[in-house]
Design a protein around this ligand. Structure first.
Ligand code: NAI
Ligand code: MG
Length: 498
């Protein structure tokens, strides 16, 4: 495996070891408790910042500010003005893009080539939501009541939104939560992940600079069990938009019961990626490999169950393993790095734990299979891209979300049996298939129970195209018109005119 040296970092203007406060009601403030926590670079262990550690008291303050803003001047701000705010924020993010992508790389480890490639996505999202801000409308609906009575609907912002995001893509996740909120006239209390809170804080600074009014966006960093739980159970929060594990998703639903707040959940997956013998294998090898290895496997829709048609199984899986061995693993700041570290020690333990499970279950590691313990990368949380061959459907490595650079390659023969096996998971987020046969592509795309199906590609995303889960991958959609609807209530108005 090729390795890059960790390159020295010029001090980043935001992640420079200093202390970061939280944003409540347009003010940068300390936690009520005075507590702070550290955030470190997972490639090197270097301290990036200490951060105000919010808990219930801070969530209470932030929700109160969000409520005041929602009921106050923000409710009078016209769609056109909200559109302008989103466009201004997009411009500021574009202007500061290099700094923001570096910050994401420093805080959670992803290669700079990846965080730079977020440009199209985050700017596209903000400008898409800007367009949506002036496209919100109710309908006039004919009714059949006797006499003259007129009926129409209004679309109204749902209110105060609690946004809880994970660490695997803080830049995109932050925009994905605040974009539709600003577009619809909601207000937000955002709780970033404790592992990587910095990009959300920097984006909040830029939102203030763009002129987003005080209280509309509040950011309270802190731990899930304290700040996150307080937000999910808060009686004055109207909706929780959550991205993360299905286990935490379940606790969010339980916490929401107190005031029956709306919940949208974008959870994990164990997505099937299916390679037929008639596929363009030169495209499918890198496609199937990067469907898992991208972001070191820390992507909810990663295609981790690689189903390969028996006739080409050995050849194909061998080629994927070879591709994995050649990937450049290293510090995300190095432009040549293709695979960065895992985000945290906890994540490292989880992933290496599954590497042991795979070996014990009788799978063969054709590539990788261990943490990198030699050279400069030993200081970070690096795991080599791993390909397990000989995986059976019922193995834990074929059923549980690992969230690391680990492919579980499974052989199949018969098409009907394949569809059943591909769907035999509690999850239903992504799925992929590789074939040159159009009929087969349509048939399998229709048969898979997942929110996205990628044919001869993987992970394609666009602000206008809805993304979300079936089954235990959650409910609600992000991106597209459906996403905006998640932040709106429908009111029916009846006017007797006769
Ligand atoms: P997590 O789901 O526990 O954390 C995600 C967010 O939820 C963080 O902001 C966290 O602080 C918050 N949170 C945690 N417990 C909470 C609670 N009781 N109430 C409210 N908020 C809470 O995920 P974690 O612990 O970071 O990772 C564990 C596993 O979850 C990963 O190995 C992976 O399998 C999965 N995961 C999936 C993600 C996805 O995008 N589908 C993202 C992150 C993790
Ligand atoms: Mg957790």
């Amino acid at each position: 495996m090729a390795m890059t040296q960790a390159i020295p970092i010029a001090r980043h203007p935001f992640a420079n070891g200093s202390y970061k406060q939280m944003l409540i009601d347009g003010q940068w403030v300390d936690a009520a408790s005075g507590k702070r926590f550290e955030t470190r670079n997972p490639a090197t262990g270097e301290l990036l910042a200490t951060v105000a550690e919010g808990d219930k008291a801070d969530i209470d303050r932030a929700v109160a500010a969000a409520r005041r803003a929602f009921e106050g001047p923000w409710s009078k701000v016209k769609p056109f003005e909200r559109q302008n705010l989103l466009l201004k924020l997009a411009d500021l993010i574009e202007k500061n893009f290099d700094e923001l992508s570096q910050l994401d790389t420093l805080d959670m480890g992803a290669p700079i080539s990846r965080t730079r490639a977020y440009r199209l996505r985050v700017l596209g999202m903000l400008r898409y939501y800007a367009g949506q801000a002036t496209a919100i409308h109710g309908e006039t609906i004919e009714n059949s009541l006797p006499g003259e009575i007129f009926s129409y609907t209004l679309k109204e912002p749902v209110g105060v939104v609690g946004a809880i995001i994970p660490w695997n893509g803080p830049f995109t996740a932050t925009i994905w939560k605040i974009g539709p909120a600003i577009a619809t006239g909601c207000t937000v209390v955002l709780k970033p992940a404790e592992e990587a809170p910095l990009t959300s804080l920097r984006i909040a600074e830029l939102a203030m600079e763009a002129g987003v009014p005080a209280g509309v966006i509040n950011v309270v960093p802190g731990y899930g069990e304290t700040a996150g739980a307080a937000l999910a159970s808060h009686h004055d929060v109207d909706k929780v938009a959550f991205t993360g594990s299905h286990v935490t998703g379940q606790s969010i639903i339980r916490a929401s019961a107190g005031n029956l707040k709306r919940v949208s959940l974008e959870l994990g997956g164990k997505s099937p990626d299916i390679v037929f013998a008639d596929a363009d294998l030169d495209a499918a090898v890198p496609g199937a490999a990067m469907a898992v290895f991208a972001n070191s496997g820390q992507i909810c829709s990663a295609g981790t169950r690689l189903f390969v048609e028996q006739a080409i199984y050995d050849e194909f899986v061998g080629r994927v393993a070879e591709f994995g061995r050649k990937l450049q693993v290293g510090n995300g700041l190095d432009p040549n790095t293709q695979i960065g570290p895992l985000v945290s020690e906890q994540q490292l333990e989880r992933v290496t734990g599954y590497l042991d499970v795979g070996q014990k279950e009788g799978a063969r590691a054709l590539a990788g299979g261990a943490r990198i313990t030699e050279g400069p990368l030993a200081k970070g949380y690096f795991v080599s891209p791993t390909v397990f061959a000989g995986v059976q459907d019922n193995m834990r490595i074929a059923q549980e979300e690992i969230f690391g650079p680990v492919i579980s390659a499974i052989a199949f023969k018969d098409m009907d049996e394949l569809v059943k096996r591909a769907n035999a998971t509690m999850f239903g987020l992504g799925s992929g298939l590789w074939t040159r046969d159009v009929s087969k592509a349509h048939h399998v795309a229709k048969s898979l129970r997942a929110g996205s199906v990628w044919v001869n590609c993987y992970q394609a995303m666009d602000p206008a195209v809805p993304f979300g889960g079936y089954k235990m991958s959650g409910y609600g959609r992000e991106s597209g018109k459906q996403h905006v609807e998640e932040y709106l209530n429908v009111k029916a108005v009846w006017i007797k005119t006769g």
